[in-house]
Design a protein around this ligand. Structure first.
Ligand code: DX5
Ligand code: ZN
Length: 220
């Protein structure tokens, strides 16, 4: 299955409940929640109280992308707030195994994310331990940046390992994805597609989400 995960970073925050309902009604399965602490990335977004608040208003899968240092300190809180998937950055912790176990212990799905400068080989020790890998195709911190096509071989490598080792993790891609370039990452083997500005930046957000999902049908 291929899943769309629109990034809430680009939502109209004066219409947050309304816009979440619009994409959910349009059939969007996931919502991507970019949490930034101003330390791991040079930006600050939203955190636990916001996630807790919107949990009451949505049944979509809450896909949290933690761009924070020492994620181990907050895993429990994000789970309690309503995160279904918790993605942490490999670069943000000294002990990835510990973070994996902590997330697993909460009952959430576990994801590991890498920044563009981190080689995909760094994920190899964890292939059998997590539910999702997230390949960043922009430097994390901001929505609306240009897609870095030079990151695509990482997606292909993760897809190859998955096949060779008969594993079934998801491969998520995040950053600069549009309806025009999404096939590049789908062809490489990605199956969870994040899109911020290409959904919430559009006039008709339901149509923008559906346009992505129409393209996904060609791959199923
Ligand atoms: C960037 C975030 C992304 C971002 C994507 O640090 O992780 O999820 O919101 O936005 P677009 O799709 O506009 O690049
Ligand atoms: Zn993200």
């Amino acid at each position: 299955m291929i899943y769309l995960s629109p990034s809430m970073l680009s939502i109209d925050f004066t219409k947050i409940g309304e816009q979440l309902a619009t994409i959910e009604e349009a059939g969007t399965p996931y919502i991507h929640l970019d949490v930034m602490d101003g330390l791991f990335v040079p930006n600050i977004s939203f955190g636990i109280p916001v996630i807790k608040g919107i949990r009451k208003a949505s049944n979509m899968v809450f896909d949290a992308h933690l761009m924070i240092v020492e994620p181990e300190k907050y895993v429990e809180e994000f789970r309690k707030a309503g995160a279904d998937i918790i993605n942490f950055h490999l670069e943000a912790t000294k002990d990835p195994k510990k973070v994996i176990d902590l997330i697993r212990g909460t009952g959430a799905k576990v994801g590991i994310t890498i920044k563009p400068k981190t080689p995909v080989e760094a994920l190899k020790p964890y292939l059998a331990d997590v539910d999702m890998f997230l390949v960043m195709t922009v430097e994390p911190g901001f929505g609306g940046q240009k897609f870095m096509e030079d990151q695509v071989p990482k997606i292909r490598q993760l897809a190859d390992w998955k096949k060779e080792m008969n594993l079934n993790y998801d491969i998520q891609v995040d950053g600069g994805i549009t309806q025009d370039n999404v096939k590049i990452v789908l062809d490489a083997g990605a199956n969870v597609i994040v899109a911020g500005s290409a959904v919430f930046g559009k006039e008709d957000i339901a149509k923008a989400a559906q346009d992505f999902m129409e393209i996904f049908k060609e791959y199923e």
